[in-house]
Design a protein around this ligand. Sequence first.
Ligand code: MG
Length: 377
Amino acid sequence: MEQITSDLAQTITGFDLWHLTLPVVSRRDHGIGSVESAIETVALRLTAESGAEGWGEASPWSVFTGTPEASYAALHRYLKPITIGRRVCDSAAIMAEARRTVAHCTEAKSALESALLDLQGRIAGVPVYTLLGGGAHKSVPLSVSIANPDFDADLDLMRRLRDDGVRIIKLKTGFADHAFDVRRLERIASDFPEFEVRVDFNQGLEPFEAIGRTRSVAEFAPAFIEQPVRADRFRLMADIRAAIDVPLLADESVFGPEDMIRAVTEGICDGVSVKVMKSGGPTRAQTVARMAAAAGMCAYGGDMFESGLGHLAGVHTLTATPEISLGCEFYHARYHLAEDILEEPFPIMGGKVIVPEGPGLGIRPDPDKIRHYAGCA
Ligand code: MG
């Protein structure tokens, strides 16, 4: 076999982790749980023989995907030994072994693949999106979620978003009584007609109320309604889809390609939320999006509670994936974290995310911020 002689054949020599606690500016309530005061993520830095570095982030949420402790342990105990000593260019083989080495822990696997891609891009001098297929989108419209139990605070946020050029919001519903959801939908329709409104229940509805409440919300004609019931209630998702006239999207029901097969077969949705943290990395996220498109479904780029580092993996993935056509939700770095960890602001301009054109992910984490939020400063 012909030998690869480029710098991409060098081996990976370093694998370092930090468990970060990142303060946030506001409480956020979702159908399955709340986030208050801080989010927790795990930052991964790979180092190659030459000293080149690649970064990735695992951004779990305990009620949705998993815990930061599980992400850290998966990376440290199980994925580090299969990565050290491997060639930088062998990411597909490393990721296949990662899936055999530890079940679930998709956020940890996403951090690993993101860091491998960042490392490859930095050594090759190209942006990560070119490694994933090239630039299908020049910029990605940003959707910001409205999830504060203090709706007056969210009204202030929506005025700020409007001034910033953001034109998509997603109302988080199903965490309080139905009257609260209806009151907020009415107020948004009357005071903020500029916004395209999407609705996300985050599994918040009980089966007996699900069709009635979803129909009521559908009367406001949102662009779509997302995941009204628990992730495993595929039959009920299909029933709700048949009962409403607006598109129904799946989020928690679809993590990776295996779930997507079932979602298509059982007809539970018209579209899907694609997240690198659910799929186990950018390449499997692309697979989910392509499967959705092949079934005639739409897709948008979602996120977990992430820093700008997690967002970067997401935006490079979306940029190279034309099947993801409904924008993205990479808003935490700008609108939710008290301070992001990147050296430069995560790039949002005029309500759109702009993919960085530099090598790798294009922006590095600030080492001082990493140490500070890991409690090492
Ligand atoms: Mg969702």
